[in-house]
Ligand binder design. Structure first.
Ligand code: RB5
Length: 144
């Protein structure tokens, strides 16, 4: 499975650390940004949403300072289900119930260890295909 990463400047440092943690076990593609110079999170939210929707065997991790702006941007892309997760439990539920394909993180909100636990929970959890969850995800798709 391919993992796409993207961030603005507020998530750049965490993106680099997550890339280092994942590259031994996953094929990782970094969509930017490339430094801590100020940049605009909607550009990178759009990029990761489009990349994950175009590549069905992939997941994304998108990071900004809070995780809020980049999640809003990614969710504008039809087919992208971006979930901002501040806990391991939320990351598991985002995959199981909501079928999230992009995990959003806020660099300023957690320790590195907590972020890495959230990432591993997200990547290690499968989508729950029970009828009620499929129905609800289908209703989400109809809204796009
Ligand atoms: C950048 O300062 C900050 O606003 C951005 O990273 C993010 O938190 C926006 O939601």
């Amino acid at each position: 499975m391919k993992i796409y990463l993207a961030s603005d400047h507020g998530g750049y440092a965490l993106k680099q650390k997550i890339e280092a943690a994942l590259e031994a076990d996953y094929s990782v593609a970094d969509l930017g940004c490339t430094s801590t110079d100020s940049c605009d999170y909607p550009i990178f939210g759009k990029a990761i949403g489009e990349a994950v929707v175009d590549d069905s065997d992939s997941l994304g991790i998108a990071i900004c300072g809070s995780g809020i702006g980049i999640s809003m941007a990614a969710n504008k892309v039809p087919g992208c289900r971006a979930a901002l997760c501040y806990s391991v439990e939320a990351a598991k539920l985002a995959r199981q119930h909501n079928g999230a394909n992009v995990l959003c993180l806020g660099e300023r909100t957690q320790s590195l260890d907590d972020h890495l636990d959230i990432v591993m929970a997200f990547l290690g959890t499968e989508i729950d295909d029970s009828e009620r969850h499929q129905r609800r995800r289908g209703l989400l798709d109809e809204m796009q």
